[in-house]
Design a protein around this ligand. Sequence first.
Ligand SMILES: [Zn+2]
Length: 147
Amino acid sequence: MSDLNDVGQQDNWRCWLCDAPVDPDASTNSDLGPSIDNFAAAKGKKGAPAIERLAHRACNTMKGKIAPVVPWSQDLFVVDPSTIFESVERLKAKGGREVVARCPSQSDADQAAAWLLDRLSRLAPGVAFETQINPGGGQFMLVLRAG
Ligand SMILES: [Zn+2]
């Protein structure tokens, strides 16, 4: 069992699920208060190290009872976006690549790629992700790859 302060510092006082700041001084009984999410540890993979992440109390998966949701930014123009958390779990487990969204223009795709890499640097630190943009059929596929 880690100290809340250690987990908070590890995640820079930002919620690993919604990506918004967490106030270290907020009450741990309030919805936006800090809490430790034991999601990865609760998955029960034998031999997998327990990973503890900082979450708002309201965002906490309660040891995996609630499916984690990692939203795309509202500022992006993405069509048919994949569910970020599931894509990341698949790519972490197996490597390879997935189309994670389609965008109407190259600049939309560039923005989405930059946002996604930044977001993943906090969601899955230590995993090397790359993006690729493939034009085709009048749109731009955003491809995510784990190396
Ligand atoms: Zn949150």
